[in-house]
Design a protein around this ligand. Structure first.
Ligand code: SF4
Length: 299
């Protein structure tokens, strides 16, 4: 498996030195790659999706909440490394969002205004989405996953397709950017259903698109499913790119499963942004994280 760090270094190089061979072949006229870092701030979730490592019933998943001060430290590190976006990822946990995270997100926004914040928190209640927006979140990543009602219900027994549409309307009304996300290769989702989902995602007229690849997560109900073929990711990116020539499309490893993808092939397919997990950051940031985790465990 290819480690993430060389990818990050390559992407950093491309941002700082746009004359390298690694540059978007299409997209909104960019000569360097958009860089987005995912920070998992809280892995607790009240829902129980069949494929997701964060699912409530997954006893293998260590439940972890980042120390809020770590969030601020990582934001500083990302800004100094030239990252464009920090994506705040967490399970469906509105109580933790309201009680803990929203004030810290606001602090990050105030102290690091040049780092744009994207929330990947699912189709939350209107009050939560609005509070996040007020705290400085400028984009919401909403996963479409599968537009087929049968597959959707099987994969997300507590989810509701109409909840997603309602959330999209709230996000639009708030003036925030809508980012549609698609995890490619979810178990039982056919090729036709995948591209039907792509068409539906395009119909939402997103400001950005995020594409990641499914990998079976330990302890999930789909843990024995086959990993998705990487070629499918390229096909999906190309389909988005053909229909949305001016929209940023970012792609990379999925958040909790760590399957690095080849950056150059993603860019060739039409991606103009690279999505990396904060755990793939250079050594000094990782070291800080490990120390923080040890502190959390100790206390
Ligand atoms: S997909 Fe989202 S809602 Fe479902 S278990 Fe995972 S984090 Fe929770």
């Amino acid at each position: 498996m290819r480690p993430l760090e060389p990818q990050l270094t390559t992407a950093s190089h491309a941002v700082r030195h746009p004359h390298t061979s690694l540059r978007p072949s299409s997209g909104p006229g960019r000569t360097s790659l958009l860089r987005l870092a995912v920070e998992t701030i809280d892995s607790r979730c009240v829902y129980d999706c069949a494929y997701c490592p964060f699912a409530r019933s997954n006893g293998h998943m260590a439940r972890r909440a980042l120390h809020p001060r770590r969030l601020l430290a990582d934001a500083r590190a990302l800004e100094s490394l030239g990252y464009d976006w920090m994506i705040l990822q967490m399970g469906q946990n509105p109580r933790a969002l309201i009680d803990v995270w929203i004030p810290w997100i606001e602090r990050v926004h105030v102290e690091r205004p040049s780092l744009r914040l994207m929330a990947a928190v699912g189709d939350q209640e209107e009050v939560v989405l609005r509070d996040l927006r007020h705290a400085g979140v400028s984009a919401f990543w909403l996963s479409t996953e599968c537009s087929d009602a049968g597959s959707f219900t099987r994969l997300k027994p507590s989810g509701r397709l109409d909840g997603r549409r309602r959330a999209i309307q709230i996000i639009r009304d708030s003036g925030a950017d809508l980012v549609t996300g698609l995890t490619v290769g979810l178990p039982g989702v056919s090729h036709d259903q995948t591209f039907e989902t792509v068409r539906e995602a395009i119909s939402f007229e997103p400001s950005m698109v995020g594409v990641s690849i499914y990998v079976p997560g330990e302890g999930t109900r789909c843990s024995r499913a086959k990993p998705a073929p990487e070629v499918l990711v390229r096909e999906v990116i190309s389909a988005f790119r053909d229909s949305l020539p001016k929209t940023s499309i970012f792609a990379g490893c999925p958040i909790a499963t760590q399957r690095p993808l080849d950056v150059e092939t993603l860019v060739d397919a039409g991606a103009d942004g690279i999505l990396v997990n904060v755990d793939g950051l250079p050594t000094q940031v990782r070291l800080g994280r490990l120390q923080e985790n040890s502190l959390n465990e100790a206390g």
